[in-house]
Write a protein that binds this ligand. Structure first.
Ligand code: CO
Length: 209
């Protein structure tokens, strides 16, 4: 593990290495940002979005929370989505889960963790929705990974239920929504779903805009 002082030293070395390749690297970077992607991922330290997609600073606008949830009362997430879509006009929104996610595992257990219970509760709702599917899977790790995938699909659906996305689809014909899952064992991403602007939205969630 790196000592905290080491982080600052590493930062200095990194900044110098960038300048060695391009004297104007930070000068240009500081001007503005126009990322093409909004990444909604898990806070897990093993899933660093820029690194696993080989992206540079400036390419990805990012929101991360425990188990990459899209919760309709989360002002933090909604503000990020609104600014990314309406301000930065990102072309793609990626919800990325990962197998063996601690948040998902917590949702499948019956132990209480205090405040966290309320956050994880959103995942429990997805679990309850598919309880029959889970009763047919005997392996615990397979059940966890199934819920990881089903939860990503649910979060993508939750995005389509926001007036932000519906308005953007109408006005800008963008963004395209993607549901991905990352495998910690292989370092590979898998596409679960792609939802294009204008796709069907469940009736109760459809706004007249
Ligand atoms: Co996780």
């Amino acid at each position: 593990m790196k000592a905290i002082k080491q982080l600052l030293l590493e930062n200095k070395a990194w900044s110098e290495s960038k300048l060695q390749l391009d004297q104007d690297y930070f000068k240009n970077m500081a001007k503005d940002q126009s990322p093409e992607y909004l990444w909604i991922g898990c806070s897990d330290s093993r899933v660093p979005e820029s690194e696993i997609t080989n992206s540079d600073p400036g390419q990805m606008f990012v929101h991360r929370n425990i188990a990459n949830l899209v919760v309709h009362t989360d002002l933090n997430l909604l503000s990020v989505v609104q600014y990314a879509v309406e301000g930065l006009k990102v072309k793609h929104v990626i919800v990325c889960g990962h197998y063996n996610c601690g948040g998902i595992r917590a949702a499948m257990s019956n132990s209480s963790m205090g405040l966290l219970d309320n956050w994880v509760r959103n995942i429990k709702d997805t679990y309850a929705l598919h309880e029959k599917t889970f009763s047919q899977i005997s392996s615990e790790s397979e059940r966890v990974n199934k819920l990881v995938e089903l939860s990503v699909l649910e979060q993508v659906k939750n995005l389509t239920h926001t007036s932000i996305i519906q308005k953007a689809w109408k006005d800008l014909n963008a963004p395209i929504l993607h549901g991905w899952v990352y495998d910690l064992n292989t370092g590979l991403l898998k596409n679960l779903v792609t939802v294009a602007p204008g796709s069907n939205i469940d009736t109760p969630y459809r706004y007249q805009l």
